[in-house]
Write a protein that binds this ligand. Structure first.
Ligand code: TXE
Length: 480
């Protein structure tokens, strides 16, 4: 059993209450480690540690902060294999994916913000005719909370922590209780890199208790959260009376809009990826596919054929394209939508069933599933399923597809496949989403703003947006 511990003040500690939670390997359905179910006392200890480190860290030169962060980035790379294995075992994602995407990106997050902080400039305004100059100080907030989900564990954990500490804050962070392992290993890396004690504190445990204690702590003045929309709303309600700064990156139900004039082969290959990458458990996956009617039948045949050939298998196999879903409750939730689709008159074009892998009979495997739906208003087309399940339907005009694409509560991303520049410009301005990809998907430049509109969240991460979130702007006006 590989037990993990909290990381507080640079030390690994057991939870005060000695209360532990089982952690499952989704590929086998077996318990393989235990994690602390941290209480308010553990969060308080983490907070105190962060608070006592703040004065020194906030006054550490940018060069020194940057040097330590670059070291963390380098050590993540050095530990690529170990971290990728832990990520894959915890989450069920293919090992090759963790090696190619999750862990390299965690390293990039530290490298990017180590450099970005040295370029983060503030404004000055001369009050002409009044002999005065205004300038803006960008000061760290103090102790901030970072709460992350299970779908891209180290990737999203570090996407929050890196800008927070680059900006001079100290952090109390909680990874998902379902995927705690890489966050645990990050503590070791931070110690080795020489991150001063208390700058980063990691507490493990359930959302409703450990996460809630972070949000309820009145002295943790900002919360950066990625997770489900219902949890985001709950956090916002808890935090509002304390006037905390919030960045909420929530769910998505993203349209993938395919016009007949697109580069077909490129579109088809990318659409398979945007539908099923990471078992469809990425908030940016294009889970609603709309296809122009003149190519609908061809697309349907070609797409279903490709999907049927996606290899579902154990995450450690090199040829596995779709691994295990993250947990048993999540598998149950995703499968319930397949029943809902049937009740709503949808046609299951392929998939729809749980798969048993020899030797791993209790693993959480599901066939990639394509559902042809009758209406864009059905539940499977409106609610976030967050698994290897996509819907397809046809459209006949730009106006029709725009209306369907926007008629959901979410607004995270949208993908558009067309070679018509004017249409691209028209639709990009009208689609209700924080991120639009045209003829590509999930191409990320870390300098760009990331976030959603409507129920997909509040605030933007990425580049200087993240550094703005993790700092308070203070205007200084000097009369001369
Ligand atoms: O997420 P939660 P869950 C969506 C997806 C999924 C659904 C629920 O549709 O099926 O959300 O997933 C912590 N105070 N996304 O239940 O609960 C929790 O411990 C403070 C989309 O796993 O939102 C974890 O660390 N924290 C998504 C984190 O919040 C709380 C990624 C996310 O868990 C808390 C994941 C509380 N009261 C799921 N309750 C995306 N946007 O990418 C829970 N947490």
């Amino acid at each position: 059993m590989e037990n993990i511990q909290n990381y507080i003040n640079g030390q690994f500690t057991n939870p005060v209450s000695d209360d532990w939670i089982d952690n499952y390997n989704p590929a086998s359905g077996e318990v393989y480690s235990q994690i602390p179910n941290s209480s308010k006392d553990d969060v308080e200890n983490a907070y105190k540690s962060a608070k006592s480190a703040f004065k020194q860290w906030s006054q550490t030169t940018l060069e020194e902060r940057s040097r330590i962060m670059l070291k963390i980035s380098e050590l993540i790379e050095t530990n690529l294999d170990r971290l990728a294995e832990a990520e894959s075992k915890d989450n069920g994602k293919p090992l090759w994916l963790a090696k190619a995407v999750d862990i390299p990106r965690a390293s990039s997050n530290f490298r990017f913000f180590a450099n970005a902080i040295t370029q983060f400039a503030s404004e000055s305004h001369e009050s002409v005719g009044q002999n005065a100059i205004n300038y803006t100080l960008r000061q760290p907030i103090g102790v901030v909370g970072c709460i992350s989900p299970w779908n891209l564990p180290l990737y999203l954990f570090t996407w929050k922590i890196a800008p927070a500490i680059a900006a001079g804050n100290c952090v109390v962070a909680k990874p998902s209780e379902v995927t705690p392992m890489t966050a645990y290993l990050l503590g070791e890396i931070c110690n080795e890199a020489g991150l001063p004690k208390g700058v980063l504190n990691i507490v493990h445990g359930l959302g409703g208790s450990t996460g809630q204690a972070i949000v309820e702590n009145p002295d943790i003045k900002a919360i950066s959260f990625t997770g489900g929309t219902a949890t985001g709303a709950h956090i916002a309600r808890t935090a509002a009376p304390m006037f905390k700064k919030l960045s909420l990156e929530l769910g998505g139900k993203n349209p993938n809009i395919i016009f007949a004039d697109c580069d077909y082969d490129d579109m088809l290959t990318t659409t398979v990826r945007s539908s099923f990458a990471n078992q469809g458990q990425i908030c940016l996956c294009g889970s609603r596919i709309f296809v122009e009617d003149s190519i609908y039948e061809k697309f349907k045949t070609d797409f279903v054929d490709r999907v049927k050939h996606l290899k579902v298998g154990h995450p450690s196999n090199a040829d596995t394209k779709v691994g295990a879903l993250v947990s048993k409750p999540h598998l149950k939730k995703v499968m319930s939508y397949i029943d809902i689709a049937k009740d709503e008159g949808g046609t299951i074009l392929c998939g729809g069933n749980r798969i048993t892998i020899e030797g791993y009979e209790d693993g959480y495997y599901l066939q990639p599933t394509v559902i042809e739906v009758l209406s864009d208003e059905c539940r499977v087309n409106q609610e976030e399923i967050f698994g290897p399940v996509v819907t397809i339907m046809s459209f006949s005009s730009e106006q029709e597809v725009l209306a369907m694409a926007n008629k959901v509560d979410y607004g995270l991303s949208a993908t558009l496949w067309t070679n018509d520049l004017k249409r691209t410009m028209r639709m990009s301005t009208q689609l209700q989403a924080g991120i639009i990809w045209v003829n590509t998907w999930l191409m990320r430049d870390l300098r760009t703003p990331f976030g959603g509109v409507k129920n997909s969240g509040v605030g933007r991460e990425g580049g200087f947006e993240a550094l703005r979130f993790f700092t308070e702007a203070k205007n200084v006006c000097i009369k001369y």
